[in-house]
Design a protein around this ligand. Structure first.
Ligand code: ADP
Length: 265
């Protein structure tokens, strides 16, 4: 197994929101498990990729969903022509060979699945492969990082305190206007004036959160709008396509946002 294939060669562009880079470096130095919290598309995954690159460590990412089982993370026996063969799951690979394991949108996974991470996140730093009868002591470079969107939590879907209290946490939100405009220029290739107008539309939509919108427009969608504009689509069309249609089917909210777009551009 060549773990270096999980290393990131080129610097992922990342504009810091605050002092999160410094805080993460300290946490990694102590190999503390980290939780990155915030709304979808605000830069959590990009931040973790950037940190893996900066620290020169491989990163293995798992996008969690409700069908993920402990075996999907840990590994399983597979049947092939020569009989059965053990295959490490992503979590086991990261622990065995020394990578950052990033479990994205952890709340989506069933709670019982999460129990497998417990022994890896305390002083034991070990992972028990019950089916294989092997106990792995985590590699010194191993670190566990999870992302968590507090907006999604409900009584049924939330992390247990016993899981939450194994992580230190960094709060993320949409970047401030100036930073977000810079991100749109770098990622979407638009000029400063267009980027600022997009940010203005984003702010309008974010003010509607809780008044008909479950969540504001993400930086990710704003990058899409910028990209479409960069491809020659008119700003109004690009914004409708990337910023409004994906997030709501409510006719009134669509009209409000469409009007705002037409006024701003
Ligand atoms: P999350 O993991 O929070 O859902 P991502 O990290 O995937 O969101 O961010 C979505 C996109 O937004 C990224 O692909 C990137 O283009 C852009 N982005 C958001 N925040 C930043 C940032 N601080 N620096 C650079 N790009 C960012």
């Amino acid at each position: 197994m060549d773990i270096s294939q999980y290393k990131i060669d080129n610097e992922p562009f990342y504009d810091a929101q605050s002092n999160e880079i410094e805080l993460y470096e300290a946490a990694y130095d102590a190999r503390l498990p980290v939780m990155v919290k915030g709304p979808t598309g605000c830069g959590k995954s990009r931040f973790v990729e950037h940190m893996a690159w900066k620290l020169g460590k491989p990163i293995i990412t798992v996008s969690c969903n409700e069908d993920i089982t402990a075996s999907d993370l840990v590994g399983r026996y597979l049947l092939d022509a020569n009989g059965t063969r053990w295959v490490d799951g992503p979590l086991t690979m990261a622990a065995r060979y020394g990578a950052i394991c990033y479990l994205d949108e952890i709340v989506e996974a069933r709670q019982d699945t999460m129990v497998v991470i417990h022994a890896l996140t305390d002083h034991r730093r070990e992972l028990s492969l019950d089916k294989k009868g092997e106990l792995i002591k985590a590699h010194p470079d191993f670190q566990l990082v999870i992302s968590y969107n507090p907006g999604y939590q409900s009584l049924m879907k939330d992390l247990k305190q016993s899981t939450k209290q194994r992580f230190c946490a960094l709060d993320f939100d949409y970047a401030d206007a100036e930073t977000e405009a810079h991100i749109l220029q770098k990622e979407g290739g638009v000029d400063d004036a267009t980027a600022k107008k997009l940010v203005q539309i984003g702010e309008t939509a974010r003010n509607l959160k809780g008044h008909g919108l479950d969540e504001g427009i993400s930086t990710r969608l704003m990058v899409y709008a910028a990209t479409l504009i960069n491809k020659g689509i008119t700003p109004v069309e690009a914004c409708k396509m990337a910023l409004v249609r994906p997030i709501t089917d409510d006719a009134d909210i669509r009209e409000t946002l469409d009007n705002a777009i037409e006024m701003i551009f």
